[in-house]
Design a protein around this ligand. Sequence first.
Ligand code: SF4
Length: 279
Amino acid sequence: MRFIDPSIITEAIKDSVIKINYELDDSLISLIQKAKKKERSNIASSILDDIIENSEIAKEGNVPLCQDTGVVVVFAEVGFDVHIDGNIYDAINEGVRQGYSEGYLRKSMVNHPFERVNTKDNTPAMIHLSYVKGDKLTLKIASKGGGSENMSTVKMLTPAAGIDGVKKLVLDTVFQAGGKPCPPIIVGIGLGGNFEKSAIIAKESLLRPLGDKSDDPIIARLEDELYDEINKLGVGPMGVGGDTTCLAVKINYLPMHIASLPVAINIQCHSARHIEVIL
Ligand code: SF4
């Protein structure tokens, strides 16, 4: 049994939320540069340049990439042989509290659907725990902006809808979102499970490495086809039109009920801020 002090978790969360809000991952920058080479619209191309320049300014100046510094989402995979000497939820939220204060990040969380009083420290984080083999604690941490989250959806399709029905829903959702989720976007899709589980795996798909593919051949093909078809929609960077609407499509899936085909679409803006820490 390995013991982990909650203060180590707090420190990891604090450092991570600051880092991801100041620095875009190199793999994301590479995808934007690659997209720029194929982009035929001058204005779209200049916006991609602006996104790269913005990321350089943020990194050099230790300032946030965007005014919306997001809600913190944490997928914590706890090894069976790990014992945390305290409350993991409190440890994560304390890290958010310290990180958003010390990093001068905007506090975006409000307490109630209608009172809407700011909680003043960006807590609570959205925390998903699972148990895995081993003696490690893996923290997958994201800072998710509200603009792209608002354009996301969950729909219960019937099995007869099939691949064509899933594609239509994804393409309609991305097209209707237009420039609101600050394209170029990454589209995270959850297929199967049930109503709530599809949304969680859609979110989790956004935390996969940008360059990877599903290990299921049917799903991998669907990721590729949707990537091409979304980029033919013409939405373009920030909705100004162009060839670059999405940078990647990620699909996670689960078994499901015989009568259902749950589909969750979680849209991630170009400011895709996430990191994985293994303790
Ligand atoms: S959608 Fe993303 S880039 Fe746009 S304002 Fe929100 S966090 Fe910033």
